[in-house]
Design a binder for this molecule. Structure first.
Ligand code: KG4
Ligand code: ZN
Length: 343
């Protein structure tokens, strides 16, 4: 395919609570990847407060941009193209990155490539695995999304299964909050589960007759909450580590089983993981083990490219077909993953 986006791409990501700017050369050579996380600000509320997130992005984005150029050892005039996440995400937060990128592209007379945040998570795999090529199945699991995606080409991406209620990361965050062990919940549960017994409790797994690639996580989440309430009422003790390990197992087993099943049924030999929950150590282990047993190669991005960052936005922009000035680009809170644009 023609790589219209060769050269130096400066990418900007502000879809949630990370302000991130990255400079990437020729698609995979990451010259800088600066991430300012607002976690400490939102921690005390137990989740991201959209208005605060947007204000923090405004305060810091200029500094993060300068730092990204400094670390990459380039000047703004060395940038060939800009790329920016324009959705899905918190609209107030997205607007900051989109406005900044539009202003920079306009001032420097450079094209601006609009990037779908969920595509960017998938393309993070290309940063870590330089020889990876489509087709493959990708399990995209983040704080707001859980999808099984048929990635048949760089611009042919189709959702074949998704959650019908909570996203996997959201379920991790809610259970951690109920257990009072911190925010964001995924990394804490992952850590505590390491010294817990995953067989201690059994929480329900949900299947659907009409599309068995779909997920539901509100069932296991409610089961954990009910268990905790009953234990409290009856004054029965439990080890938080055991709850973490058992809950993590119930969520990750079903994620692994359905994605491997998708590979087998679609006759794909490669499975990729993407998104914040792809950082989960049990999920990585489980999927790799099941992959080995089924002759499927399993890939996942390095940890720093699993959670939100701008290098993955540049990686996606590198393969994008759109290449325009996009002065009328708007932040879009709801954006579909599906595209069919390779022809
Ligand atoms: O992709 P991401 O950084 O942001 C979104 O686009 O949502 O994902 C954040 C989510 C949070 O829900 C967080 O709890 C989860 O990813 N997460 C994890 C782990 N690290 C982050 N979940 C499970 N295990 C982890 N190690
Ligand atoms: Zn994300």
């Amino acid at each position: 395919m023609d790589l219209i986006n060769n050269g130096v791409i400066c990418a900007i990501e502000t879809s949630c609570d990370e302000t991130a700017v990255s400079v990437v050369r020729n698609g995979t050579e990451v010259l800088s990847n600066i991430i300012y996380s607002q976690i400490d600000v939102h921690k005390k509320y137990g989740g991201v407060v959209p208005e605060i997130a947007a204000r923090k992005h405004v305060e810091i984005i200029n500094h993060i941009f300068k730092e990204a150029l400094k670390e990459a050892n380039i000047r703004s005039s060395d940038i060939d193209r800009f790329a920016v996440t324009y959705g899905p995400g918190l609209v107030g937060a997205l607007i900051v990155g989109v406005s900044f990128a539009k202003a920079m592209a306009y001032a420097l007379k450079r094209p601006l490539i609009p990037v779908n945040h969920m595509h960017a998570h998938i393309f993070a795999n290309f940063l870590t695995h330089k020889d990876l090529k489509p087709p493959f199945i990708c399990l995209v699991v983040s704080g707001g999304h859980t999808h099984i995606v048929d990635f048949s080409g760089y611009n042919s991406i189709r959702v074949i299964g998704k959650t019908r209620d909570d996203a996997a990361g959201e379920a991790f965050d809610k259970i951690a909050r109920a257990l009072g062990i911190g925010y964001p919940g995924g990394p804490v549960i992952d850590r505590m589960a390491a010294s817990g017994n995953g067989e201690a409790y059994s929480f329900p797994k949900v299947s659907f007759a009409d599309n068995d690639y779909d997920f539901s996580f509100s069932g296991p989440k409610t089961a954990v909450l009910n268990f905790m309430n009953t234990a409290k009422q009856k004054n029965i003790g439990y080890r938080t580590e055991d709850i973490c390990a058992s809950f993590q197992k119930s969520i990750c087993d079903i994620l692994a089983e359905k994605s491997i099943k998708a590979c087998i049924e679609k006759k794909y030999k490669v499975l990729c993981l993407a998104g914040g929950v792809a950082a989960n150590s049990y999920l990585r282990m489980k999927v790799s083990k099941m992959g080995k047993g089924s002759g499927i190669d399993v890939f996942y991005p390095e940890l720093r490219y699993c959670t939100d960052n701008a290098a993955m936005v540049a990686a996606r922009a590198f393969y994008a077909k759109e290449d325009d000035k996009y002065i009328f680009l708007n932040a879009t809170a709801d954006l579909k993953i599906d595209i069919d644009n390779d022809k």
